[in-house]
Design a binder for this molecule. Structure first.
Ligand code: PSU
Ligand code: MN
Length: 302
């Protein structure tokens, strides 16, 4: 698979300048509600551009795998989508899907295929609670283990089994770093209570670590906690999550449908406060990712 590059992304890659890939699921109807999705996309694009990197949104549009969209195409990822994880990309191409919204796994695969080494998202998928019975482990984790990428996220989604998610990443040989922080973040809150394996202080440090990965085809996870001002109340969130997961079970919501369902319930139960929180962490991750991409580009030249 070779994605079609936008002109700015092709230019940046040809001249060794920094590029940051973004997924499209969070901006589609499967992620943030309208109009927050428009705001989130604009803020993420601006956060990356203003730091000297080129944003590269991934998507499958009209059956074509894309890395970087033209300005007038961005509105196409704000609408109704079919969720496309990495394994769905060949199907989306073969069946010429109008809009396949890329998850983390798909985005990382597309970015790595073109030599883009930094990717920003909101929250990573992971091992779901009850995975013992269901086997539900997000393909996001496998993608980090198999593609050369620095993925920047606010930890993993809070309704996952976070201890097992960290164990899985350890087993798969994926380094997990904490950005100026000692704890694995839980998306809407700064700490899951689980210690982070390695704390880092600067983008240069992350760039040096990325240059020293032991396997030729593997990546790493840089976790960035949500800015303190936008953090949600952890105990209330726990209640909401437990309720939403019970509803999933009762209504037979399973597999790939769980994430959009639970995110919707969290939005309702927090009177919409989860939405600005989600925006804030996505923008913040994009900023850190841009700084890391610039540091990696500088290291390659130096
Ligand atoms: N976290 C969010 N919003 C999202 C997702 C994660 O706050 O929309 C999406 C991402 O695209 C992630 C995907 O890759 O959910 C994981 O889905 P699953 O658990 O089905 O692998
Ligand atoms: Mn799943």
């Amino acid at each position: 698979m070779q994605p079609k590059l936008s002109a700015p992304v092709a230019d940046a890659l040809a001249s060794g300048r920094a590029v940051v890939a973004l997924e499209s699921t969070i901006f589609s109807n499967l992620g943030l509600p309208s109009p927050a999705n428009v705001d989130a996309l604009e803020r993420c694009l601006e956060a990356i551009s203003s730091r000297g990197a080129v944003p590269a949104v991934t998507a499958v549009l009209d059956g074509v795998v894309r890395l970087g969209l033209e300005a007038d195409e961005h509105e196409r990822i704000l609408g109704t989508a079919r969720k496309a994880a990495e394994r769905d990309i060949p199907v989306a191409v073969g069946q010429r899907w109008e809009f396949g919204a890329t998850t983390v796994s798909a985005s990382v695969a597309i970015a790595a295929a073109a030599g883009v080494t930094v990717f920003a998202t909101g929250g990573l998928g992971g091992v779901h609670r009850g995975a013992d019975a269901t086997g539900d482990v997000s393909a996001d984790l496998d993608a980090l283990a198999r593609h050369r990428i620095v993925a920047v996220s606010a930890g993993a989604k809070a309704f996952l089994d976070l201890p097992r998610t960290l164990e899985y990443l350890e087993t798969m040989g994926v380094p997990v770093l904490g950005w100026q922080h000692d704890w694995f973040p839980a998306f809407y809150t700064r700490s899951s209570g689980l210690p982070i394996p390695h704390r880092v202080e600067s983008a240069d440090e992350v760039a040096r670590i990325a240059a020293s990965l032991t396997r030729s085809q593997s990546g790493m996870l840089l976790t960035v906690p949500i800015p303190a001002a936008d953090e949600l109340d952890a105990s209330h969130l726990d209640e909401v999550l437990a309720g939403a997961l019970a509803e999933c079970a009762a209504q037979g919501v399973t597999g790939a449908a769980i994430t959009p369902f639970v995110l919707g319930r969290i939005g309702e139960a927090t009177d919409g406060r989860s939405i600005p929180a989600n925006l804030s962490l996505a923008e913040n991750n994009a900023k850190v990712a841009a700084d890391v991409a610039v540091a990696i580009a500088a290291l390659a030249v130096g």
